[in-house]
Each structure stands twice: as C-alpha cells, then as structure tokens.
Design a protein around this ligand. Structure first.
Ligand SMILES: [Zn+2]
Length: 386
C-alpha cells in the first residue's frame, strides 16, 4: 500500500484515489516571466517520479499544470521589454516545455494558461459573491476567509495567527487575512471586464478555476513547493470548498522541499539561480535525476555541483549493468527489485531506492543475473533514459 505524507493531517496516509485506477494530480506551475531553475525542476521531477511509480503499479495518471501568465512580475517584465504580456508569456511557456523535454518529464497531460480561463474565473467570483463567500471593497473583490470554518488547516495556523498576516492590502477589507480575488486598483495597461468592474484576476483564484474546470469537484493530489502552503494553498483550498459547497475536494497535499543555492533560496535578485537547462545540457538529465532523487522529496537540497558530479560513478555502474543483463533474474536480485518498489511505498523514499539500485548494479557486476526487462523497469521508474 502506498503511503504519502499529507501536509493536511501531518501523517503518512494510505493513498486511495477517488476513482481508482485514475489519479488526478494538480501541480502549481511556473509564472511565465523567466526560465526554469533547479527548484522548479525538482518539483516537476518529483511528480514525474510519482507518476512513473503509480503507472508501474497499474494506476492511470492525469497531471494538470497551471502556468501563470497573469501576474505582477509578468506585467512588469513585459513593460520593461516593450512587449505585450501574451508575447512574453508564450515565449516562456515554450521555454518551459523545452525544459520539461530536456528533463525527460513525460507525465504531464494538461498544460493550462490562466488567461484562457478568465471568463470562468469571473463566473466563479460571481458565484462566491452570491453565496457571501466574497465581497467587494473599493472595487477589489476579496474572499471572506471567515466564511470557511477551518481556514488555516493546511498551514496549521489559528485565527489569531492568521490575523497577523496583512494579505493583499487594500482599503475596507473585512479581515486582514482575506485574500484578493480580483484586483481593480492598479493599472496593468489592460484589464478584463468583470460584471463587478474592470480588473485582473488575482493569484489564488487562478489555480482554483483552472483545477475546477479541468477536474471538476475533486482530485487526488495537489502538489507544489512547501513554501506555497500559506497563503496560496490555504486560499485555494478554501475557495475550492466554497465552490463545491463544502466537500473535501483534495485527498493529499504533497509538498516538495526547496532547492537552495549557497544556503539561500534561488532567486533572480540574489543572483544565485541555477537553470535546469544548463545542468541538463552540461551533465545530462540522468545525472540530475540521480542527484535530486538521492534526497527525500520533503527535505531541502543545498545545491552543490560537486555533489552532482559525485553521482557519476553510480550512473556509470548503471550503464555497465545494462551491458551485463542476461536471460534470467536471480532470486537475490528479484528480492532487491521488490525492495526497490517497496521503498517508494513508504512516502516515496527515493534515496533508499537509489541505494538499492546501487546494490543491484554492484551484485550484477560481480556475477548475479538480471534480465534486461527487469532492469529497464526499475530505471524506467526513475526516468533514466539509456
Ligand atoms: Zn498554484
């Protein structure tokens, strides 16, 4: 039985999808104004691994990634480059798709641009206003977080703690922690006409609408970086529940740890960004996968090029093992293959799986036997291309 740590319950839970064998996964995607860095790459590699494992176990995965093309940073960059936001975001979504290919990420089935969903977002905001979950304050529309009783459940905050956050600052908000759904108060150079006035849809409702329009009232896993738990996922969850009128729409909140560079979060302003394409082009995606998966997905990684290079010997061993495959798999190796799959069942213990693959290679190179199909099956789960 696969167990996954659910941020919502803070426990490893048995994974039972709503509609077995189908598994619907939503991943918070990139904001389209820059290239993919290693932190982003880790997110998509992790869910690619999850999907490859689930597929090997007979599940059918359907992965939706939302790409944010309506955002303050996007507007600023378009302005800087004397271009319109659509030209800018189409360029970066093409680059994102190119990066996914370079990383051999093949399990994403749906890629969405938020700007294709603005009409739906407006409908959802009207619905939320009708049901008194949302209100207008000086033309901006906010979600009234007091209308859902367990707001704070994902980030484990009490109402008092939540109240300390001054979210989406604007005049006449009911509660400090209320989140903006529609922003009419700034000049972005363009806007959409909502029934409630011109403006642009704000961050959190974008995911909610994209997920709802694709997956309906519920889906199995919501994924993203752990730093997104508050306010982003908290807001998304509250909005989703308000739209589905109280159901529990998401089974598992599965968060991935950050990738640091020189001890700090990668960011453009700190100048410590490592682009995934640079690594993939210089070392190949196989090495990057072995490096990323050698740390548990919930732990942080402090990126160091030497640690990446250290994985070369294992990769060599894997290549050498392919040349040593034979017609049968010995009992010892067969047991290790079972252990390999079992390690994923315990909240995706990929470091253990990597250790086991190392052991398998060592034994095969010392004379134990493994069939090519069996070896391909395990390296296929890791997404190694040979
Ligand atoms: Zn998101």
């Amino acid at each position: 039985m696969l167990k996954i740590f659910n941020t919502f319950s803070l426990k490893k839970e048995d994974f039972e999808p709503f509609d077995k064998p189908d598994v619907k996964i939503f991943i918070c995607g990139p904001t389209l104004y820059d290239y993919t860095h290693l932190g982003h790459a880790r997110i998509f590699l992790t869910y690619d691994l999850l999907c490859r494992f689930l597929q090997a176990k007979g599940f059918k995965t359907d992965v939706l990634v939302n790409m944010t093309d309506i955002n303050q940073n996007v507007f600023n960059k378009a302005l800087e480059q004397y271009t319109d936001y659509r030209t800018l975001t189409r360029f970066y979504s093409d680059q994102f798709i190119k990066d996914l290919k370079l990383l051999n990420i093949t399990t994403i089935t749906r890629l969405a641009h938020v700007s294709d969903y603005v009409k739906n977002i407006i409908q959802h905001i009207i619905f939320l206003m009708k049901n008194k979950n949302a209100y207008s304050a000086n033309g901006n529309i906010y979600f009234d977080t007091k209308t859902v009783n367990d707001y704070g459940a994902i980030s484990k905050q009490s109402r008092k703690q939540l109240n300390l956050h001054r979210m989406d600052i604007g005049p006449n908000k009911k509660n400090q922690e209320d989140i903006m759904l529609w922003n009419c108060s700034e000049d972005f150079g363009f806007s959409w006409g909502g029934d409630f006035g011109d403006g642009v849809p704000w961050w959190h409702i974008q995911d909610t609408t994209v997920a709802f329009e694709n997956f309906g009232t519920h889906y199995d896993i919501h994924g993203g970086a752990n730093e997104l738990a508050y306010p982003h996922h908290e807001a998304h969850f509250a909005q989703y529940k308000a739209l589905t009128v109280g159901e529990n729409p998401v089974k598992i909140w599965m968060h991935v740890g950050l990738v640091l560079s020189n001890g700090e979060k990668m960011s453009k302003s700190l100048g410590n960004m490592v682009l995934s394409r640079e690594i993939a082009e210089k070392y190949g995606q196989n090495l990057l996968r072995l490096y990323i998966f050698s740390t548990h997905y919930r732990d942080k990684i402090d990126y160091n090029e030497n640690d990446l290079i250290d994985k070369k010997s294992l990769l060599e061993k894997i290549y050498n093992t392919i040349n040593k495959t034979s017609d049968n798999t010995s009992q010892v190796i067969s047991n290790l293959i079972n252990e390999f799959f079992k390690s994923f069942e315990d909240d995706f213990d990929s470091p253990k799986a990597i250790e086991i693959i190392d052991k398998i290679c060592t034994l095969v190179l010392q004379g134990e036997s493994i069939r090519l199909q069996d070896f391909e099956k395990i390296i296929g789960v890791l997404g190694l291309s040979v």
